[in-house]
Design a protein. Structure first.
Lengths: 140, 140
DNA sequence: CTTGCATCCGTAGCAAGGTACGGACTGCAG
DNA sequence: CTGCAGTCCGTACCTTGCTACGGATGCAAG
């Protein structure tokens, strides 16, 4: 059972600064501070950090989580709607990201293939292109 | 034929600030400034920006391009080796990124499926979980 | 009482790739 | 001559998710 922020951090496998960051973001509830001394944490903080890690593993952003946390105070149906909305939006965003990366992947793979095919023929268009852009030397 | 930075920017479809950013990064050669007046650009700047856009489309980073540009002054064989190295490294990085995103994609899709399956049964574990983390209210 | 680690708190910095701003200047049209 | 758009230049800001720093305090052991 965690008592102080360092215990929470170690228990969740994150740094103390990270816990404090989550608190600033409002994702982890910061226990009230006694007028002197250290804050007293309980299991809730640990659970909240684990939920953050879970959500992060699914690709949700901190901003997404803030929205969902705000909605969690409302009725279950509303909350579920918000969850589905957020998850669907993030799914679309991630699909778009994957599509963009796949295009890049193909372009890079093609480039490598061309490189190997040209092999020793030594007609790299990029090298020619880059040096054509500095025509000072070729003009003499 | 571009004359001033604004012409270059319009011609390349980027902002003036972006051209200046590439100049600061050393990816676009900035023509010498006359003691008074405006710099005079030629086609080279346009070509360099187009190469940047191409490389970006393949997923190369600005840092990658800096390295390659530095190598372009050397012999062709050295340059080609550096290109292959950079491209291969970036390809690996992008594959890793795609793999990570695919995991997230699956997790999100699963979550949505679970949401729909639970449908009106109203037993969302996330809602329960979040509210269990604030047990103040349930204790009464 | 002193050492020494932990916490508290605000603030600043990192990566990446730009974007924006403010004040001074330039050059051209009216 | 004046107005106005465009440049020049340095610097600050943006996003995201942390991470680090520095000075002040707290607390327990020796």
């Amino acid at each position: 059972m965690p008592r102080r922020i360092g215990d929470v951090a170690r228990g969740a496998g994150v740094g103390v600064e990270t816990v404090r960051f989550y608190e600033r973001e409002g994702l982890v509830d910061q226990p009230l501070k006694p007028m002197r001394g250290w804050r007293e944490y309980d299991e809730a903080a640990l659970g909240q950090i684990n939920q953050i890690k879970l959500a992060q593993g699914m690709g949700l952003t901190i901003a997404d989580m803030k929205v969902l946390k705000a909605r969690a105070k409302g009725a279950r149906a509303q909350f579920c709607g918000a969850v589905r909305e957020t998850v669907a939006a993030r799914l679309d965003a991630i699909d778009a990201e994957i599509a963009a990366l796949s295009l890049k992947r193909e372009a890079l793979a093609d480039w490598l293939k061309q490189c190997r095919r040209r092999g020793k023929r030594g007609d790299c268009p990029l090298y020619a292109g880059i040096n054509a852009l500095a025509p000072k030397r070729s003009k003499r």
